[in-house]
Design a protein around this ligand. Structure first.
Ligand code: ISE
Length: 329
């Protein structure tokens, strides 16, 4: 039976999720798209139902599962509504903007008695990150000492708040590096490269996390790299290193130089990851659960909880010890 999916949010992410469900997910179909802007919902729905009320879409009888891709502050109420309706939900990151809301969601899922929440940390499904993880887990390189990451965005969107470099962008590294290393973070230091009024983001930021296994994760987060969207990771291990190759599929040599392109944003860079994630989500729902590789409700909560403490490290310019509350049972 084909899974009926409702997508909430028709911005860049919601429109892409709707397209993937329509065109690239064999066992699911798009029932409808909700967005406050009806014309935008109609464009993303491409013939499926378009509505303005996300809650009504969650309650609709022909919607079996929900994708939440609306603005960050709406994630918590919509995800809670999906859980209350007993419907599986793929919630875009961040799961919620406050630790309290994340814990509320984790408690609601625990009460429901089955896994319903998949947090959309799609990098776990990216083939390059997958190969890095296989190389690390294979053990031949020895333990990871350092993980160097780059997270460069081409331009910062107008609606971005300064702390969102951490709560909206760097949350990806929090999640994918926990997953890559199979470790928890215990301390954070954030060094802004600028501190003038010209750039209140302190952009780019250098963030150093320490793990409970003694490894370091260093990340440059740039919101205004200008040349394109660029995500990279290299693990420095006891007996060698493993790094992502540049993601472009072709390389041009001409005029005494070699060139390869960078995308404008994460949609082309992570196209494979989004597609593989959507298929895994649909397949796991068929099995009555959440995909084992996916970020579950707790992984989503951890990213937001740590992000808040890392924002504090930026604000105070001090090394901050990171702490997690007990996981709701
Ligand atoms: C955006 O919301 C994403 O999720 C992208 O993957 C990330 O790279 C970007 O920095 C975020 O703003």
């Amino acid at each position: 039976m084909s899974l009926g999916v409702g997508v909430i949010g028709a911005g860049i992410m919601g429109a892409d999720h709707a397209r993937i469900i329509r065109e690239e997910t064999a066992d699911a179909h798009l029932v409808g798209v909700a967005d406050a802007d009806l014309a935008r919902a109609e464009r993303a729905a491409a013939g499926a139902r378009a509505v303005t009320d996300g809650m009504a879409l969650i309650g609709a009888g022909d919607v079996d599962a929900v994708i939440v891709a609306s603005p960050d502050p709406t994630h918590a109420p919509l995800t809670l509504a999906a859980i209350a309706a007993g419907k599986p939900v793929l919630c875009e990151k961040p799961l919620a903007v406050t630790p309290e809301d994340c814990l509320r969601i984790a408690e609601a899922e625990a009460k429901a008695g089955r896994k319903l929440v998949h947090t959309g940390f799609m990098r776990r499904f990216d083939p390059a990150y997958g190969e890095l993880k296989a190389a690390i887990d294979g053990g031949g390189l020895g333990p990871v000492r350092l993980l160097h990451c780059l997270h460069r965005n081409q331009y910062v969107p107008g609606w971005f708040q300064p702390q969102m470099a951490i709560t909206n962008s760097f949350v990806h590294e929090i999640d994918v590096c926990r997953w890559l290393l199979g470790a928890e973070f215990v301390a954070a230091t954030v060094i802004p490269s600028t501190s003038d009024a010209y750039d209140p983001l302190g952009d780019p930021l250098l963030i150093v996390l320490e793990t409970d296994a003694g490894a370091l994760v260093s990340t440059e987060v740039s919101m205004n790299a200008e040349y394109g969207y660029h995500v990279h990771a290299e693990a420095v291990c006891a007996r060698g290193t493993v790094a992502m190759a540049e993601p472009a599929r072709t390389l041009t040599r001409t005029d005494g130089a070699r060139r390869s392109g960078y995308p404008v944003n994460w949609i082309p860079r992570f196209a494979d990851a989004y597609r593989i994630q959507a298929r895994a989500w649909v397949a796991a729902i068929g099995q009555g659960s959440v995909d084992a590789q996916a970020a579950d409700v707790w992984d989503g909560a951890v990213a937001t909880i740590l992000a808040e403490q890392i924002v504090e490290a930026l604000r105070t310019r001090r090394r901050v010890a990171l702490e997690l509350p007990p996981r709701p049972q």
